[in-house]
Design a protein around this ligand. Sequence first.
Ligand SMILES: Nc1ncnc2c1ncn2[C@@H]1O[C@H](COP(=O)(O)OP(=O)(O)OP(=O)(O)O)[C@@H](O)[C@H]1O
Length: 569
Amino acid sequence: MAVAVDHLNGFPFARTPRCRLQSFTHLDTAMFELEQYKLAQSLKHSITGNSSHRRSVSTPCLSFNTSGEESGNSVPKVEIVGGNGAPRVRALVVEAAIAVASGVEPVPVSSGLGGAYFLRGRNGDTIAVAKPIDEEPLAINNPKGFAGRILGQPGLKRSIRVGETGVREVAAYLLDHGSFAGVPPTALVKISQVPFHVNDSETTEPPLSKIASLQRFVEHDSDAGDLGPSSFSVSHIHRIGILDVRLLNLDRHSGNILVKYHKNSNYNDNYAVEEAELVPIDHGLCLPEMLDDPYFEWLHWPQASVPFSEAELKYISKLDPFKDASLLRKELPSLRESAIRVLVLCTIFLKRAASAGLCLADIGHMMTREFTGNQEGPNVLETLSAKAMASMNCSMFDNDPSEKENGEEETEIFKFETGSEDGTASVVDLPRLLQGCPGMGKPPKVPTKFSSSKSMSGFPQESLSLLDESDDETSNGDKKKNFSDFIDDNSSINNDDNGDDDHRIGGLIKSVSFSMPNHKLETDGISFKGMNQEEWSLFLVCFEKLLPKVFDDRKSMGLKQRLGTSCSF
Ligand SMILES: Nc1ncnc2c1ncn2[C@@H]1O[C@H](COP(=O)(O)OP(=O)(O)OP(=O)(O)O)[C@@H](O)[C@H]1O
C-alpha cells in the first residue's frame, strides 16, 4: 500500500463563473492518496512518503460536487484544507486516510443535531469523528431533520453561519496552545469518495467529496452531563473555562465535555480513587461574528468561583490576542475577520479581568446576558463595547468640531426601529442598554446617524436578517473569501456572485451605524466588522479604558455573591 503525501504550497487558484474559488495563497495542503486497488496487492502495511507524486489540482474548488479529474477518480481520500500547521493533525489525517482507503465506511453518530461520523480503522478502533459542513444543523444535507438553509445563512446561532462551524472546530484546536484545555487534534479536511449522507439523492447527484472537520476520537467513560461537577477538578474546569471565554463559546453544555477516568496514583487497595479528566469537544459555535450570548455550563459549578491558580494566571498573561489573530488568518483564511475580532476582544477582557483578580465565574457572568422578566438584557461585555464605540465616536468628533455640530441629534440615535415580517416594529433602547452595566453611569450623548434598513424577502425566519454579508474584510481591507464564496453552485449551495443580498437573505437588516460607516450595532449583537484597522485600534483603546471601573464594581459585588473560596474539591 502506498501513501503519497503531496504538498501544494501557494497554488494559484483560478476564478470561474460557476464557482468562487478561494485563493489559498498560504495553504499548505497535504494530500494523502491511497489507491484502493493497490491496497489489495500491497505488501502489507508499508507506508512510503512520495514527494515526486505531485498532484496538480485544476479545479481546487471546495465543492460538494467535484468534477474533471476527480470525477474519474474513485479513490477515497482525505486532504487537509485548513489547520495544517497545527501539531498532531497530519498523523490523524494519515490514519483517517488509511481507514477510508481501506473501504471502512463511516458510522453515523446518533447523538447531536448535526451529521457526525465515526471513522474506524480496519481493526475496529475508532480513529476520528468527521462532521461534514453540509450536514451541520440547518444545512442542506443535515441527516437529522434539521435541514433547510443554504451555506452562508445564519445557522442555529444567528452569529454563526451555516457551513462555518467546521472551521471553528479547527480554530479552537489551534488556539488551545500547549493543549492547555485538551481540545483533541482537529483539522479541516476534504474527504472524497466516501458515502456520507445526502438529502434528496434522487434529484441530486451525490457529492463526490465533502468538506468536514476531522477530530481525533477520544476514548471516554461518559460526558459531564451524566455526572455532578463534584468529581471534576478545579483545574480542569478552569482550563476549559479559559478557552470558552477567549472563544466566546455559545455552546459549552455539559454534553460537550467528555469525561475519562484515570486511576489516581495515590489509591490504596481498599479505596481506588479515580480522577476525572475532562476533554472539551464540539467547538463549532465558538467565535461568533458578533458579540452574542455564550452558554457556559461551568458557570453553575462552584469550581468556577475559585480564584485562578498561579499557573493559570501565567498562562492567561502569556496569551497574545494579536498573535492568535495572525495564527487564525494564516491557518484558516476562510474565518471571517469579524469573528477574529471577537477573539481579540474576549482575550483582552479575560487578561485584564484575571489580572484585576476576578475569578472565572465573575468573568463568565459578565459575558452572559441576563433575563429580567421575560426580557433579555445585554451583558456587561456588550454594554462596555457599546460604550466604547460611543466614546470612540466622541473622541473622533473632538478632533472635528464641525462634525460635532452636525451630530447633535443624540439620544434619539439610541432608539432605532427594527421591522418585522408582520410589519410591526420594535424599538431597542440603547440608553437602557448602557445603563445596564455596573459602573457605566449615564449613557453618553453620541452623535450618530442611522444606516438604512434593508427590506428583504424570501425567508420566514427573522433571524436570517442578522448577518450582513456585504463587507467582511481582512485587516488589509481586502474582501475576504469564505466557504460559501467558493462552493460550486452545482451543489445547490448558495453562491452569491452577484453580491445581491436581497435575493439571498430574507427578513430585515436590523442595524444602526454610528457616525462612521459600517459600525454596526445590531439589535442582537454588536459587530466589529465594519471598522477599518485604525477604528478598530481606537475602539480597543476606548474599551480598555473602561475596564478598571467595571472590574472594581464587579469585585465589590462578587464578594457578596460568590461562594467562599475555601471550598475544596
Ligand atoms: N473527539 C471526540 N471523541 C469522542 N467522541 C466524540 C468526539 N467528538 C464527538 N464525539 C461524539 O459524537 C457526538 C456528537 O458530536 P458533537 O456533539 O460534536 O456533534 P453535534 O452535532 O455538533 O452535537 P450538538 O447537537 O450537541 O451540538 C458527541 O455527543 C460525542 O458522543
